[in-house]
Design a protein around this ligand. Structure first.
Ligand code: XMP
Ligand code: MG
Length: 172
């Protein structure tokens, strides 16, 4: 396993993201929507650096992947309601082909009928199939290898690593 972004890199970058979000959305209440499960560690770090009144909810979705290819997207349960005046910020772990975020954005825009901002910890543009709008990006990883840690898993493992690492054959 090869470290790509260290714990220290991550702490610094999350601080920078929080400053951007505080500057843009700092005026009023915020509803943070974390996409399970990958975003929970990132969301926990990020929201502790946000300064506006906020609450968070989680949304569950799953893309049944066929090998490395994204499959059909399923949403579980009901979307949490937003209160009047709340801005909405979606927090995702990673955008790879762009399929998940495109579908999620469509779903959320239709449900909430107000602009939804998106914050993604890791952008992996190498396999992007369609352009997808991301308002706040933590890091861009230029390769197309599979990365784990800081919430990202391989078959459920490695989410607890405090850094982002490139998965190697012996880690599978
Ligand atoms: P798409 O292709 O829809 O992918 O943008 C988003 C989802 O695919 C998973 N994914 C990864 N998970 N390391 C991971 O742990 C990776 O390198 C990786 N690439 C894609 C992830 O579930 C994400 O929500
Ligand atoms: Mg995910």
């Amino acid at each position: 396993m090869q470290v790509v972004f260290s714990e220290r890199d991550i702490a610094e970058r999350v601080g920078g993201l929080a400053r951007e979000i505080n500057a843009d959305l700092g005026g009023g209440p915020l509803l943070v929507l974390g996409v399970l499960k990958g975003s929970v560690i990132f969301m926990a770090d990020l929201i502790r650096r946000l300064e506006m009144p906020l609450r968070f909810e989680v949304v569950a979705l799953s893309s049944y992947r066929d090998g490395d290819e994204p499959g059909e997207l399923h949403f579980y349960g009901m979307l949490p309601e937003a209160r009047p005046g709340e801005r909405i910020l979606v927090v995702e772990d990673i955008v790879d082909t762009g399929r998940t975020l495109t579908e999620l954005r469509r779903h959320l825009d239709a449900h909430y009928g107000r602009p939804v901002s998106v914050c993604v910890f890791l952008n992996k543009p190498g396999r992007r199939r369609r352009p997808v709008a991301v308002d706040y990006t933590g890091f861009t990883y230029p390769g197309d290898g599979f990365v784990v840690g800081y919430g990202l898993d391989y078959a459920g493992r490695y989410r607890n690593l405090p850094f982002i690492a490139l998965l190697e054959p012996e880690d599978r």
